[in-house]
Design a protein. Structure first.
Length: 52
């Protein structure tokens, strides 16, 4: 649920959208099509902190 949207939000640094998607059940441990985890795909340190 929301995994593609989560990867988009991560790569675009949209902290509020990442939070909302995680609350809705997006899987932060699932790898995206590029083979990266959510943590690896995150561009923002604030988002990386959220995913820890």
């Amino acid at each position: 649920m929301g995994d593609k949207e989560l990867m988009w939000a991560l790569k675009n640094g949209d902290l509020d959208e990442v939070k909302a998607l995680l609350v809705k059940g997006a899987d932060k441990d699932r790898k995206g099509p590029d083979g990266l985890s959510a943590f690896e795909a995150a561009e923002s340190e604030a988002i990386k902190d959220l995913l820890k």
